[in-house]
Design a protein around this ligand. Structure first.
Ligand code: SAM
Ligand code: SF4
Length: 445
């Protein structure tokens, strides 16, 4: 993770198309914008189009059908999608793309009707009715989302498992409850069954997914019970994203104690000012957040901590900003997603007074970024010279470097031919603010 505004690049497609436009096979291209929930939803979509006989292609101009699976959390995400829709309109006029579907969070928002008209989109679906895409691609209608036993997003080695959908919070700035609905938790047995099937099929890394995973509860069980059960079935486990109000000390301790849980906590704080946390309806104070972090640092001494921070929420004063900087220093985050406030129509914050001027937002953004990077750099330096076991997440690219992850949750670039999904020893040679650089032990540099 890096300290920057958070937009996800189009998901890399792990396999080449089985057919091609030249040979008359039906082809489809899926582009994903936004968070891991969307990446996971794209997996379901991918399964549908494959079942309907489409070969997946990477370029719009090779696709009969283009599916944009979208994000609505910030305005720049919408702007990006509009750019793609404009390009698709041109390709359609030239007869190179036949049909365009828009799914995901924009599809669930009011704005989707205007987009549909402006860009002449063939099908618009929200997050709750993605299953209707089945009929559109020629499959029998199905009444529920296309879920279980997916092969994982990164070549089968890593898989996302959704444990809950929606969100019961009402943060002042956030559109998620509107586009994803209220929280619904999956039964524990269903989650465990999916994890066991994935592991039996070769998946080595399970990420439990949801907007507030630590709010998961079902029939008297709480998130920590589920996490412990999954950690017994899976060889490697992580979870995202959590809400500080739901995060129990016992979960933080389990992260430290359980060998199969990656010691990496993503706990969005949003602001270091109690006044702003109240305006945002976050439901906790900065001191309580700090205490949670102390418990985590104590439980997982070598672990990594990341967060989300919003700068420039309406009404944010210089004093509020100073308090955020102080919290960033105290918590010494290993990384952070820093967002400039983006007004979303229909949220409370969109009509609050006290707009922060752009230039001020930009300065505050850079100040928080600098603070996060300084801390992260210092912490990463401590790893230099050590030897670590790393899990290869992505195999080597053209420069021969693979991307791995330590058990402490640090991202590592390492020159190796090791396959994704395997473990290797790595000697940490140097470190930047975002990543560690390693070689295989015994390698001369
Ligand atoms: N459920 C998670 C939580 O509460 O931490 C976060 C989900 S949201 C998709 C991811 C992040 O986007 C949030 O933590 C917040 O920092 C940021 N975000 C959401 N709405 C935003 C807005 N209107 N402007 C700027 N950032 C926003
Ligand atoms: Fe949005 Fe708040 Fe829910 Fe997170 S907890 S998804 S920020 S409303």
């Amino acid at each position: 993770m890096s300290s920057m505004t958070k937009t996800t690049a189009p998901i890399p497609l792990s396999s080449k198309p089985q057919g091609s436009a030249d040979h008359g096979a039906k082809t489809a291209c899926i582009r994903t914008f936004g968070c891991q929930m969307n990446v996971h939803d794209s997996d379901r979509i991918r399964r549908m189009i494959q079942d309907a006989g489409y070969a997946e292609v990477q370029r719009y101009e090779d696709a009969d059908l283009v599916i944009l699976n979208t994000c609505y959390v910030r305005e720049n995400a919408v702007d990006r999608v509009k750019g793609h829709l404009g390009e698709l309109n041109r390709l359609r006029r030239e007869g190179r793309v036949k049909r365009v579907a828009l799914t995901g969070c924009i599809g669930a928002a009011e704005e989707s009707a205007t987009l549909r008209q402006t860009y002449d989109i063939d099908l618009v679906l929200g997050t709750h009715n993605t299953y209707e895409l089945a009929e559109f691609v020629g499959l029998p209608t199905m009444q529920e989302t296309y879920t279980p036993e997916l092969p994982g997003t990164e070549g089968g080695h890593n898989a996302f498992v959704t444990i809950m959908t929606g969100c019961n919070y009402q943060c002042s700035y956030c559109i998620v409850p509107t586009v994803r609905g209220r929280m619904a938790c999956r039964p524990m047995e269903s989650v465990i069954r999916e994890v066991e099937n994935l592991v039996a099929g070769g998946t080595g890394y399970i990420t439990l997914l949801g907007q507030t995973v630590d709010a998961w509860r079902h029939e008297g069980k709480r998130f920590c019970d589920l996490l412990e059960a999954v950690s017994e079935s899976a060889p490697r486990v992580w979870f995202t994203t959590s809400h500080p109000s739901n995060m129990e000390d016992r979960t933080l301790k389990a992260i430290g104690e359980r060998d199969t849980i990656v010691k990496r906590l993503h706990l969005p704080v949003q602001s270091g000012s109690d006044r702003m946390l109240k305006v945002m309806h976050r439901g906790y104070k900065a001191e309580r957040y700090r205490r949670k972090i102390e418990v985590f640092r104590e439980a997982a001494r070598d672990g990594t901590l990341s967060t989300d921070i919003i700068v420039g929420h309406p009404g944010e004063t210089e004093e509020d900003h100073e308090q955020t900087l102080r919290l960033v220093e105290d918590c010494a985050f290993d990384s952070a997603y820093i967002f400039k406030f983006s007004p979303r129509r229909g949220t409370e914050a969109a009509s609050l007074p006290g707009t922060v001027p752009d230039a001020v937002v930009q300065r505050r953004f850079l100040e928080v970024l600098r603070q996060v990077e300084q801390n992260a750099f210092t912490r990463n330096q401590r790893k230099v010279g050590g030897e670590e076991e790393i899990y290869i997440r992505h195999g080597s690219t053209e420069d021969g470097k693979a991307i791995g992850e330590t058990w402490s949750g640090h991202a590592v670039h390492v020159k190796t031919g090791a396959a994704p999904g395997t473990y290797m020893k790595a000697k940490i040679e140097s470190a930047g603010p975002h990543v560690l650089y390693a070689v295989e032990p015994g390698t001369r540099v």
